[in-house]
Ligand binder design. Structure first.
Ligand SMILES: [Cu+2]
Length: 496
């Protein structure tokens, strides 16, 4: 049996794993593209450290499989509408690739000749840009100037040789399509690993959407956002990064949206080792624990996971640590609530009549979720009723599904305190849904943890060997229950 590490080397060397496969349909690719445990190399593998890089894991996002055509690594991306569950029960209409947004992660090795077939299954034209790639201009994907846009139902075949390494990404070059989710990670591995080598390598794509509570389609015109995601999931639905105590870890952060995100890690200092332009010289690495990932940028951070525990990793903008934020929803969701100036639609900058550039809409369009709007008045959200006002009799389903509906902790004079309520009703035991987001990676977290996770939040779980292995076992078991899974660690098995 070949070691996982040996296997990984084969994968990275393009050993033609899919040599016998035809170009897969989007659905098949989605299934086969999920490569569980690929990067779970044994710590004591038989092969000594020769510096070969570890495969990147993108939690909640599959890897894109390829086939070898001669010496060309051939990938297939389908631009298409996707339905995505960003938190339990919240399924939204986004656009992405191969059934997912972010699209599947592409991984190649420096020097690879790469072909990417892009099919457009969107109702409008698109174009694929390879962000930061040093490729011939006709492969750049700039619509109108370097190529004709890809018509609906059309195809464009990109092909180039890559002599770069680092954290890159691909995205539609239609601006509004970017805001519908059309991006994916593109990792270019060096031929030999970097020193010091990392044991775990993760990628996280930062995205944001403005979606009214009562509909499923993002308002890509909006300037403020109420759904903030890591790899297409908002906390607590994000999947924690699982590492062993003592391992060296790399996290590749990629941002495509309207905001810059200061990403903060608890319990550790890290160094920024790379940007969207590749690896930085070691002489530039300085310690930090928060890295600002600007729009269209990538940042690689590395650290030694020397502090055991379940550590938060999150964007530190307060509004980016919340879900479905909208100043109008609270008051409007309660009977006898006080008027708060605007209804939800207008509060979120949605058009009710007229055009986007009309006199009445032009100046204010897209300006926010109601906060700061001219009609906003100073007031508390609404008086609390006697008894338990947050007992959600209207949501029996949620409770059956495991939403924990406990009593919020509120002081007796709460209503007389200006500013109340703030976090009491946005976070905490009221919003816990541990069971609804149950998965191996969450195993053993403190009960009620999920009530405090929202938006761009996840964990780096620095675990002792036995706990780590336990989670990996659970993960393996769960993968075993999935249909059409690929048994990646055992190279003898063929794709079904
Ligand atoms: Cu942020």
């Amino acid at each position: 049996m070949s070691s996982r590490r040996g296997f990984l080397r084969n994968v990275l060397a393009g050993a033609g794993f899919f040599a016998s496969a035809k170009v897969l349909s989007a659905k098949e690719m989605q299934m086969s593209g999920d490569m569980p445990g690929l990067n779970m190399k044994g710590k004591k593998g038989p092969i000594q450290d020769h510096g070969s890089p570890v495969l990147v894991e993108t939690p909640d996002v599959p890897n894109l499989p390829w086939r070898m055509d001669g010496n060309v690594k051939e990938f297939h991306l389908v631009a298409e509408p996707v339905k995505q569950e960003i938190v339990p029960g919240r399924i939204v209409d986004l656009w992405g690739y191969n059934g997912s947004t972010p699209g599947p992660t592409i991984q190649v090795t420096r020097g690879d000749r790469v072909r990417i077939i892009v099919d457009n299954h969107l109702p409008e034209a698109t174009s694929m840009h390879w962000h930061g790639f040093e490729v011939p201009v006709e492969m750049d994907g700039a619509p109108g100037s370097s190529q004709d846009p890809i018509a609906p139902g059309g195809r464009f075949v990109y092909e180039f040789t890559l002599n770069q390494e680092g954290t890159y990404f691909y995205h539609s070059h239609m601006a509004m399509q970017e805001m519908m989710g059309m991006i994916g990670a593109f990792v270019m591995h060096p031929k030999d690993g970097y020193k010091p080598r990392v044991d775990k390598d993760f990628a996280i794509i930062l995205q944001e959407y403005a979606i009214l509570p009562n509909i499923t389609v993002p308002n890509s015109m909006n300037m403020e956002f109420n759904w903030l995601t890591f790899n297409g999931k908002a906390g607590p639905a994000t999947t924690p990064l699982i590492v062993r105590h003592g391992e060296r870890v790399r996290i590749r952060l990629i941002n495509l949206g309207m905001d810059h995100h200061p990403i903060h890690l608890h319990g550790h200092q890290f160094v920024v080792t790379g940007t969207e332009g590749g690896r930085q010289p070691e002489s530039t690495w300085g310690p930090g624990n928060t890295v600002l990932v600007g729009v269209a940028q990538a940042r690689d951070v590395e650290f030694v996971a020397n502090n055991p525990g379940d550590w938060m990793l999150h964007c530190h903008l307060p509004h980016h640590m919340m879900n479905q934020m909208s100043s109008m929803v609270g008051p409007m969701s309660r009977r006898n609530g006080m008027p708060a100036g605007l209804d939800m639609e207008r509060g979120m900058g949605m058009l009710r009549q007229g055009s986007a550039t009309s006199e009445e809409n032009g100046p204010s369009l897209g300006r926010g979720l109601g906060v700061g709007s001219t009609a906003e008045q100073r007031m508390s959200n609404s008086p609390l009723k006697a008894g338990n006002p947050m007992q959600r009799q209207d949501m029996p389903d949620m409770q059956q599904q495991g939403m924990q509906m406990g009593k919020p902790e509120v002081s007796k004079d709460a209503n007389s305190v200006p500013g109340f309520p703030q976090d009491a009703f946005m976070e905490g035991p009221m919003m816990a849904m541990d069971k609804m987001v149950d998965k191996p990676e969450n195993f053993g977290l403190r009960p009620g943890w999920s009530g405090f996770m929202a938006g761009m939040m996840t964990f780096v779980r620095v675990l002792p060997q036995d706990k780590h292995d336990q989670i990996m076992e659970l993960r393996k078991k769960q993968e075993g229950n999935k249909p059409m899974k690929m048994d990646m660690p055992e190279m003898g098995h063929k794709h079904e």
